[in-house]
Design a protein around this ligand. Structure first.
Ligand code: PHE
Length: 341
């Protein structure tokens, strides 16, 4: 029986055959099980010697079964590996999906939000389609004032008798914020703006970030500090010098244009060093008429505002030369300037 059983085990060609052998030897009705059941009728002496033999047989069979099972599994794996060879040098069936990349504008907007959040500014937003009232009138542009024509406005058909346009700057968000919040106000408003203009440095749609602070004792020193901190963090330099030149905006008084210290070397510009200047933004103290138009008493509250071109900031920081490429949706351009997923 022993020889027979072991031979059958070793000859089993697959798992199923092996299981059949196991049942015929060790199953309930198997040959070895039958031998074991004869022990009950034996005398104690016989049981001792026969029992030991039968149990040894049972152990041998169990061991042989396990060994054969492992052999068969190994062989099955071997066969699968042979059948499933993969030629990794073949070209892929379909080209892999292009992965999206963060756009420099989005990146700069995120950078700005973080820098200003550290100074306690919240983010405010307004619609791209704006009323003439918020884009101009409440911002102290008088009716028929030439400054309205200076902004190359895209006018839309009036809606319910109200004049509509594509906002020419983010300053109407100042109006929306002042109309809906009580001072102290500290917000930045990043977003798209539109002007009818197109060349290497102008696109009909571009991006600005507006800053607005309104409180009871806000002054130009605060404005200067905020701008310095912002430019320092944004250009990742130890310090920057600013130069403020008098300018004009209907909604600020006094109004200033701000130049930032830089060094021009060949085509490169470095900030925070050298003695060249680059114009970077417009700003000023919020005009009393604007405060009044938005429901705040200019004898109690004052504040400052500034507006910066985001696209220009991105070009300066990442060394891009043509604004139009920002909106060409060419991922090779993004990769070239180091914008990775
Ligand atoms: N809105 C102005 C522009 O688009 C910039 C600006 C904003 C100036 C806030 C002063 C204060 O040119």
């Amino acid at each position: 029986l022993e020889e027979d059983t072991l031979r059958q085990i070793n000859e089993a060609a697959d798992e199923a055959a092996l299981e059949a052998v196991r049942l015929s030897a060790l199953g309930k009705k198997g040959a070895i099980s039958a031998l074991l059941s004869t022990l009950g009728k034996m005398s104690p002496e016989e049981r001792k010697t026969e029992g030991a033999k039968i149990n040894a047989l049972k152990d041998k069979a169990t061991e042989a079964l396990a060994a054969r099972r492992a052999e068969l599994a190994e062989a099955a794996l071997e066969a699968r590996l042979k059948a499933e060879t993969l030629d990794v040098t073949l070209p892929p069936a379909a080209s892999p999906l292009e992965r999206g990349r963060i756009h420099p504008i989005s990146q700069v907007m995120d950078e700005l939000s973080v820098i200003f959040a550290d100074m306690g500014f919240a983010v405010a937003e307004g619609p791209d389609i704006e009323s003439d009232d918020y884009n101009f009138t409440k911002l102290n542009f008088p009716e028929g004032h030439p400054a309205r024509e200076m902004q190359d406005t895209f006018f839309l058909a009036p809606e319910a008798g109200e004049k509509k346009l594509l906002r020419t700057h983010t300053s109407p968000v100042q109006v929306r914020t002042m109309l809906s919040q009580k001072p102290p106000i500290r917000v930045i408003c990043p977003g798209r703006v539109y002007r009818c203009d197109f060349d290497q440095t102008h696109t009909p749609m571009f991006h600005q970030v507006e800053g607005l602070v309104i409180d009871q004792s806000t002054h130009m020193g605060h404005l200067k500090w905020v701008l310095e901190e912002f430019l320092k963090s944004f250009f990742e330099v130890k310090g920057v010098k600013l130069r403020m030149r008098p300018s004009f905006f209907p909604f600020t008084e006094p109004s200033m244009e701000v130049d930032v210290q830089c060094r021009r070397q060949g085509g490169e510009i470095r900030f925070g060093e050298g003695d060249d200047w680059m114009e970077i933004l417009g700003c000023g103290m919020v005009h009393p008429n604007v405060l009044r138009n938005c429901g705040h008493d200019p004898d109690v509250y004052q504040g400052f505002a500034f507006g910066v071109g985001i696209d220009r900031l991105a070009m300066l920081k990442y060394g891009m030369s043509d604004l139009r490429a920002f909106f060409d949706a060419d991922t090779r351009w993004l990769t070239h300037y180091g914008f990775r997923p």
